[in-house]
Design a protein around this ligand. Structure first.
Ligand code: CA
Ligand code: CA
Length: 306
């Protein structure tokens, strides 16, 4: 099953009609536009010609049959195929150097042999990731450019193929949408763009009945992560660490002090991005540690450690 780029949305909104409805466990391919909505086609293009209302599209939404508020979605990211080229930009007023950028500029960067040539003739291997992935909030709609508890524009460089993401379900069906692929992005995304590109994301989506997450979480082979977004990076860092603290206390039957000591010695605070209307942090704990903590109780499963 597949959702094409004719079905894009610019807000995560419970009122959007589903582009596709599937049962739990379905595999679905999302064809996505780049963050500029496919409007940038040459390095000579001026950003003033952009229709900014078409920026940050996400493909969807996907309705998961049986998903109800209080459930969560398990999203196994099976593959990310990127288009043959990407775009980087410098935009006055945007990002950490926005006050110093005098001249807006876009660069079209072709991909060759799974690599991209960046300014300065620097060749870098592609590391495709998903910038925007989320569900619909319970209340007012959220623009696709904004991250939050529903996911959205988290620009988390570790949301890659092979990762499993857990998102809250706030409305019936969850209403999952995906967009804003980056072929490459540094943590922070300091100039507001990674290597922006179109592509196709294939995911398997499972409804976890009665299993609630308050904020997005994800895992790869090595780490389990909690994610939080806020206007203040301080608050985002604090929230992501506290979500992991709660998780480790529950999973390992540890006191708050014991769990905190483990986080302080073995956990890592990472920054996803610092340039969107809210900033996003993640907290990483080695899964080997969680596995050991859970060993004494065979009823606890690492796969869903909250
Ligand atoms: Ca983004
Ligand atoms: Ca982007």
């Amino acid at each position: 099953m597949r959702i094409g780029t004719s079905r894009v949305i610019y807000t995560f909104d419970k009122r959007h009609p589903p582009a596709l409805s599937v049962s739990s466990g379905a595999t679905v391919a999302f064809e996505t536009l780049d963050a500029f909505g496919g409007q940038v086609n040459s390095s000579d293009q001026t950003l003033s010609s952009l229709d900014w209302s078409r920026v940050n599209p996400a493909t969807g939404p996907l309705y998961l049959e049986g998903a109800e508020p209080g459930d969560s979605l398990r999203i196994d990211i099976l593959s990310i195929e990127v288009a043959p080229q990407g775009i980087v930009a410098a935009i006055p007023g945007a990002g950490l150097f926005g006050d110093r950028v005098r001249q807006p500029e876009v660069r079209l960067l072709p991909f060759v042999d799974d690599a991209v040539i960046l300014p300065g003739n620097i060749t870098a291997r592609l590391q495709p990731m998903i910038g925007v992935i989320g569900t619909a909030p319970a209340g007012v709609a959220e623009h696709c450019g904004v991250p939050g508890s529903h996911g959205g524009n988290m620009d988390n460089a570790r949301i890659t193929a092979g990762t499993t993401l857990y998102l809250p379900v706030f409305v019936p069906g969850g209403l999952l949408a995906i967009g804003d692929l980056h072929a490459l992005m540094g943590d922070g995304e300091v100039m507001v763009t990674g290597v922006e590109c179109a592509g196709t994301v294939t995911v398997r989506v499972t409804v976890l009945k009665g299993q609630t997450v308050l904020n997005p979480q994800h895992e790869d082979d090595e780490y389990y992560y909690t994610i939080a977004s806020h206007e203040s990076l301080d608050v985002a860092v604090r929230q992501s660490a506290n979500d992991m603290l709660d998780l480790v206390m529950r999973y390992g039957s540890l006191s708050l002090n014991e769990a905190g000591m483990l986080l302080s010695c073995l956990g890592q605070t990472h920054i996803c991005q610092v340039v969107d209307p809210k900033m996003t942090a993640r907290f990483a704990m080695p899964k080997a540690v969680l596995r050991k903590l859970g060993d004494h109780d065979p009823l606890r499963r690492l796969e869903v450690p909250w």
